[in-house]
Design a protein around this ligand. Structure first.
Ligand code: CDP
Ligand code: ZN
Length: 159
């Protein structure tokens, strides 16, 4: 049986914060403002995985983590969501996502993000894709004050 899941995440961008996407630090004058490391790709992917099996959402699973774990590595949330879907007998067919960010460009870091995500989930790099897109200078996102991610995932039940 196949199940599809979708996830979205948005955070404000602030000077003096590290920009972390897919666990990779990308050189930038601004980074995502959040209680955790603000990794919009891992947050959206975590929600997509949980949504695919109708389990819940990232805020339900980690209510304290966002408040208590300052600058927490978001791979923690991703690993836990993945553990749950595997426990329910599912595996990942593929992941596709996009990051809307006025700057910097995601493209030069795509390979690194894919490699790191594949390593965390123990799947092949060919099963993951991610791309960047600007917001054509429209509104606050276009001015570089925020960025968002959307991720879709297809799961397959093994048994
Ligand atoms: O050309 P179009 O208006 O469709 O897209 P764009 O937002 O101007 O972005 C052009 C290309 O730049 C994208 O297709 C990506 O390859 C790259 N890009 C990126 O890697 N990272 C971003 N934050 C924005 C764009
Ligand atoms: Zn987030």
């Amino acid at each position: 049986m196949f199940r599809i899941g979708i996830g979205f995440d948005i955070h404000r961008l602030e000077k003096g914060r590290k920009l972390i996407i897919g666990g990779i630090e990308i050189p930038s004058e601004k980074g995502f403002k959040a209680h955790s490391d603000g990794d919009i790709f891992f947050h959206a992917l975590t929600d997509a995985l949980l949504g695919a099996i109708g389990y819940g959402d990232i805020g339900q699973l980690f209510p304290d983590s966002f408040q208590k774990w300052k600058d927490a590595d978001s791979s923690i949330f991703l690993r836990e969501a993945y553990r749950i879907i595997k426990e329910k007998g599912y595996s990942i067919v593929n992941i596709d996502g996009y990051i809307v960010l006025q700057k910097p460009k995601i493209l030069p870091y795509r390979e690194k993000i894919i490699k790191n995500t594949a390593k965390i989930l123990n799947i092949n790099e060919e099963q993951i894709f991610i791309k960047g897109k600007t917001y054509e200078k429209i509104g606050q996102i276009g001015e570089g004050d925020a960025g968002f991610a959307e991720v879709i995932v297809l799961l397959k039940k093994e048994k």
